[in-house]
Design a binder for this molecule. Structure first.
Ligand code: HJL
Ligand code: ZN
Length: 166
């Protein structure tokens, strides 16, 4: 999660989204970071989780939706903020991007570790966690970095908004 937060700090602050960081990790005796991503790392209106998956797809020369087939069995996603379940028109949500990744008939990403739930600033209550859990994906809150994560996430918001920690 610390590495995801370091990624989030690279995101250009904007008033209209959150600066988020994410990592794709293989859990094991010696865990490996497969990919990192942050909000707007890839040109356009891109999210941190999306950037992780698109970068991983580029590495495997496959489409983003095929990334699951290339992931090892114990691949998990760390993200400073709960994956989004509502986006501006024309953008697929990160929940849908995660849900469509399959490997051997199962969800390719089995666990999502989140630093904070999404503040209600833009979309009200985010049902992302519930949708992931309903599909059998474990969503685990990693405590301890909430204040820093929210500070980084809302760096581009007006003072009033950044004080609203949702
Ligand atoms: C997560 C991100 C990111 C958000 N959430 N988990 N990762 N930017 O990289 C969620 C927020 C949306 C706004 C605007 N942010 O980004 O709800 O324009 O950024 O689709 O609702 O939506 P767009
Ligand atoms: Zn998203």
């Amino acid at each position: 999660m610390q590495l995801s937060l370091d990624e989030a700090r690279k995101s250009p602050p904007k008033p209209t989204n959150f600066c988020v960081g994410a990592c794709l990790v293989v859990l094991g005796p010696s865990s490996t970071v497969l990919e990192t991503g942050y909000t707007q790392e890839i040109e356009g209106n891109t999210h941190a989780e999306q950037c992780c998956l698109v970068k991983q797809a580029r590495r495997h020369s496959c489409a983003e939706e095929q990334v699951g087939e290339h992931l090892p069995d114990n691949a998990v996603l760390y993200t400073t903020m709960e994956p989004c379940n509502k986006r501006s028109v024309g953008n697929m949500t990160c929940v849908d991007r995660i849900l469509r990744l399959r490997k051997d008939g199962r969800q390719a990403i089995g666990k999502v570790y989140v630093g904070v739930k999404e503040p209600e600033t833009f979309v009200g209550v985010n049902e992302g966690r519930k949708r992931l859990e309903d599909a059998g994906i474990e969503v685990i809150h990693v405590p301890g970095l909430e204040d820093e994560i929210l500070q980084v996430a809302t760096a581009g918001h007006s003072k009033k908004e950044s004080e609203d920690k949702g």
